[in-house]
Each structure stands twice: as structure tokens, then as C-alpha cells.
Ligand binder design. Structure first.
Ligand SMILES: Cc1ncc(COP(=O)(O)O)c(C=O)c1O
Length: 482
């Protein structure tokens, strides 16, 4: 068994790693890639580095950083790989990547390095002389490496190392000799599609405790057995937080399961300034939390947290002996398959873990605080501005800012049915125009007796004050004639 930490970069089997080549280099990658039949490797190599840039077997391109040998960049699309500067990841963090100002080169370089790591994994996966798994006991890996999530961010060097280490010890599910009905095989087009969808990431009324208690009593009197209260921390439309402490008291009193849907609001727990809005969540029996919403983890990443240890297992386990054998040679508590309702699942939590390592708790906190601050900025900007009406009173609790834009032609109209009928068409027309121009996009919808209104939510870490200003200008530009 290879010593943990050694040979991350070796191509082919670890046993062949006598080749002292550092396969992290373009040269090593291309040398390995060229072994593939049908010229696929050469094509991949050319795609990665450009035909003119293809590293030669003599290693002459190793000197690319020497200025006199570097050919002048003639690429029209910037940033290009020619611009890859001498980047030292030991001093860089995720905050140096886009959307950071001037983050293009660092981002390009970082993503190319990730791509190199992935491509090497792909190449190795199909090489029959590579082990299907470089097996280490889970406790060995836990001892050998630092997997902890900390307050402070890790450097990008550490993040790249995390990626390599994870892939080194992961099962090579694409390996021709990995036989499994669920997660086997690695289709190149499917992989491209997965990257594409991840890159595009295409994803106040509150509960009144006294009313909740009244309804529980009523239900019991009618002979029903209320067994679950589903409170919401961050409602979808208004971003409202139910009073969780009071709800927890009622659930305790009537012995009712307390669930908190914190799909949208759970991210605020990362913020020392805003987490009080979820006070009482610690008393819930179960919580839903979608880091793919407020925390910006690429779709999808959803968690169901359950207080009672072992409950998921006892509810969901099927003891399917054809799937989950109990006589394996390692600690079975690391097998999570039998705890979940589903069988086939993506390892979505890895995205959250790696992002958390890279940002640290403080990084997520800053990201979330910034979004809330931008929402407050928008609210302050429009609450007294001519042509705007807020849908609910008071400052938003989350980043949901709900408002109507009232075009000049409706401003002096009486608040009657005709005005409502005209107002309900305003947001859809403005939205359609936004989409046609492609300048910005924001959601709208009706709710109860409230006609279509704009629902701005800010969870995009790239948004700035200027983008909020732009949105308002655009709404006015596109809606003033309505
Ligand atoms: C409060 C709340 N719960 C649950 C969901 C469902 O989220 P998903 O389908 O992404 O898991 C949403 C979606 O917006 C939501 O706002």
C-alpha cells in the first residue's frame, strides 16, 4: 500500500512511479495523454495548451516562464492561457478568484489546474494498470490529513491539494474494472454536461404561535392527532422567519415533532450578525438546509439534519444484502447509503466542504453579510422613491425585497380595480423586456390578493451596489411608458 501523501501525481499505477517526472506539468500530462489510441490524448493536449503550445517530449517548454522564449500573445479572447502568470497559490485564497476585481488570470489558472487534476484522474481511471482504489482505512485517512472546517480560509494551494487527495483515495468509478450498477462508468459527454450545468448553476407572513396552539387544540378536539409542525426560517417569497423559540415551546408542550424548513434562511447561521433570526432552530427535531441557495454552492446541495442519532438509518435502512454487506473489512459507519431514502446520490456535500475549506466560516459569513447589506441598500433606496411601493411593511429580514414599480401613468390613479388590473401587467412586461435586452433579470409573482410584484433576492456573491443601482435604472427605463 502506498504511503498516504506520496505519489499523488504519478500516472498509471503507483507502482510505476519510478518515472521521476512531476506529472503536474503540462509536459507530463501530454506525454501520458499521447499514449492513448486514436490520437485522443494528443487532441486533448492540443486543446488544453493550443497546438503551438504543445509541450515537446524533450521538455523544452518547461522554460515557458522565461520571458525571451515566451511567444507574444496574439489571442483575441482574453484571458487566455498565455496570460497565466507565475501564480503562487500558497498566498492566494478563494477571495482572489472571480468575482474579485482583476481575478480573471488567477481564476483561469486555478480552473486550469483543477482541470489538469481532473484530466489526470480521468486518464488514470481508464488505465487498467491503475488500481481501482488506493485503499486506506477511513481512520488512517482521518489521521493522516486535516479535513477540518475552520473559521479561517485555507489557501488555494491547500484547496488544490484537497482535490488531489480526494481523487487519489476515491474509487476510480470510471475504471474498466470497477463493477457496480449505480455509480460506474465515466461518460465524457455526460461529464461535460455536468460541468456545464454546474457552471450555469441554473437554480411575510409568519406563523403566529397563539394561532398554532389554537389549531392544535381544535384538531385534537376533533379527534385528530397533530404530529408535526413545519416552521419556516426564511420563507420563499417574503424571506420571513417564524418565531422558532415560541414554536418550540408549543411543540414540546403537545409532544409534536418540530421541523424547520431553513432551506433558504439556513445560510444566515454562518453570520454572527444575522443568526439570531434562527434562534430556536437548535430545538428542532429536524431541519432542512439548502446550501445551494444562500451559500452559493452549485446546484444541488440539500441537507436534512435530524436530531436523533440513528433515526435516518432505522427509518430508511432496507438491509438490502445485495447492496450493503455487513461483513466488509472496514468501519461500516462510513457507509451512508442505507441511511438515505434514495440509493443513487451524487456526493453533493463535497462541494460544500471544499468551499467551506476555501472560505473558512468567516468567508461564508462575509458573503452572507454582504448579500443582506445589499438587500438593505435596495430597500433604503426604493422605500421612499417615487414610483415604488413596498409589498410588506418594515425592513426585510432576509434578502427578499418585494416591491411594485408603479409607472407614471398609474401614479395619480385611485386605488381601484382598474389600477390593480393595470398594475398586475407591469412587472411581467418589464421582465419580458429585460429578457429581450438581456440586461438583467429579477423574479416577479402575485401572492394572495397582491397582484404581480417584483421579488428581488440577493444571494449572488458577485452582485455590487452598482448592480442594484443598475436594476432600478433598468426597471425605470423599461417601465416608464407602461
Ligand atoms: C423555504 C423553502 N423551502 C424549500 C424550498 C425547495 O427548495 P429545493 O427544491 O431547492 O430543495 C424552497 C425553494 O425556494 C424554499 O424557498
Amino acid at each position: 500500500m502506498a504511503t498516504p501523501g506520496s505519489g499523488f501525481w504519478s500516472f498509471g499505477s503507483e507502482e510505476r512511479s519510478g518515472e521521476a517526472e512531476n506529472p503536474g506539468t503540462a509536459k507530463a500530462w501530454c506525454q501520458a495523454a499521447q499514449k492513448f489510441t486514436g490520437g485522443i490524448g494528443t487532441k486533448l493536449c492540443a486543446l488544453l495548451y493550443g497546438d503551438g503550445e504543445k509541450p515537446t517530449e524533450t521538455g523544452a517548454k518547461e522554460d515557458l516562464d522565461s520571458a525571451e522564449k515566451a511567444p507574444a500573445c496574439t489571442c483575441t479572447d482574453k484571458p487566455c492561457s498565455c496570460q497565466r502568470a507565475d501564480i503562487n497559490y500558497a498566498f492566494l485564497h478563494s477571495t482572489d478568484l472571480l468575482p474579485a476585481c482583476n481575478g480573471e488570470i488567477t481564476t483561469l489558472s486555478f480552473l486550469q489546474d483543477v482541470m489538469d487534476i481532473l484530466l489526470q484522474y480521468v486518464v488514470k481511471s481508464f488505465d487498467r494498470s491503475t488500481k481501482v482504489i488506493d485503499f486506506h482505512y477511513p481512520n488512517e485517512l482521518l489521521q493522516e490529513y486535516n479535513w477540518e472546517l475552520a473559521d479561517q480560509p485555507q489557501t488555494l494551494e491547500e484547496i488544490l491539494l484537497n482535490c488531489r487527495t480526494t481523487l487519489k483515495y476515491a474509487i476510480k468509478t470510471g475504471h474498466p474494472r470497477y463493477f457496480n450498477q449505480l455509480s460506474t462508468g465515466l461518460d465524457m459527454v455526460g461529464l461535460a454536461a455536468d460541468w456545464l450545468t454546474s457552471t450555469a448553476n441554473t437554480n411575510i407572513g409568519k406563523m403566529i404561535p397563539s394561532d398554532l396552539e389554537r389549531r392544535i387544540i381544535e384538531a385534537k378536539q376533533k379527534g385528530f392527532v397533530p404530529f408535526l409542525v413545519s416552521a419556516t426560517a426564511g420563507t420563499t417569497v417574503y424571506g420571513a422567519f417564524d418565531p422558532l423559540l415560541a414554536i418550540a415551546d408549543i411543540c414540546k408542550k403537545y409532544k409534536i415533532w418540530m421541523h424547520v424548513d431553513a432551506a433558504w434562511g439556513g445560510g444566515l447561521l454562518m453570520s454572527r450578525k444575522h443568526k439570531w433570526k434562527l434562534n430556536g432552530v437548535e430545538r428542532a427535531n429536524s431541519v432542512t438546509w439548502n446550501p445551494h441557495k444562500m451559500m452559493g454552492v452549485p446546484l444541488q446541495c440539500s441537507a436534512l439534519l435530524v436530531r436523533e442519532e440513528g433515526l435516518m438509518q432505522s427509518c430508511n435502512q432496507m438491509h438490502a444484502s445485495y447492496l450493503f454487506q455487513q461483513d466488509k473489512h472496514y468501519d461500516l459507519s462510513y457507509d451512508t447509503g442505507d441511511k438515505a431514502l434514495q440509493c443513487g446520490r451524487h456526493v453533493d456535500v463535497f462541494k460544500l466542504w471544499l468551499m467551506w475549506r476555501a472560505k473558512g466560516t468567516t468567508g461564508f459569513e462575509a458573503q452572507i453579510d454582504k448579500c443582506l447589506e445589499l438587500a438593505e441598500y435596495l430597500y433604503n433606496k426604493i422605500k421612499n422613491r417615487e414610483g415604488y411601493e413596498m409589498v410588506f411593511d418594515g425592513k426585510p429580514q432576509h434578502t427578499n425585497v418585494c416591491f411594485w414599480y408603479v409607472p407614471p401613468s398609474l401614479r395619480s390613479m385611485e386605488d381601484n380595480e382598474e389600477r390593480m388590473n393595470r398594475l398586475l401587467k407591469v412587472a411581467p412586461v418589464i421582465k419580458a423586456r429585460m429578457m429581450e435586452y438581456g440586461t438583467t433579470m429579477v423574479s416577479y409573482q402575485p401572492l394572495g390578493d397582491k397582484v404581480n410584484f417584483f421579488r428581488m433576492v440577493i444571494s449572488n456573491p458577485a452582485a455590487t451596489h452598482q448592480d442594484i443601482d443598475f436594476l432600478i435604472e433598468e426597471i425605470e427605463r423599461l417601465g416608464q411608458d407602461l
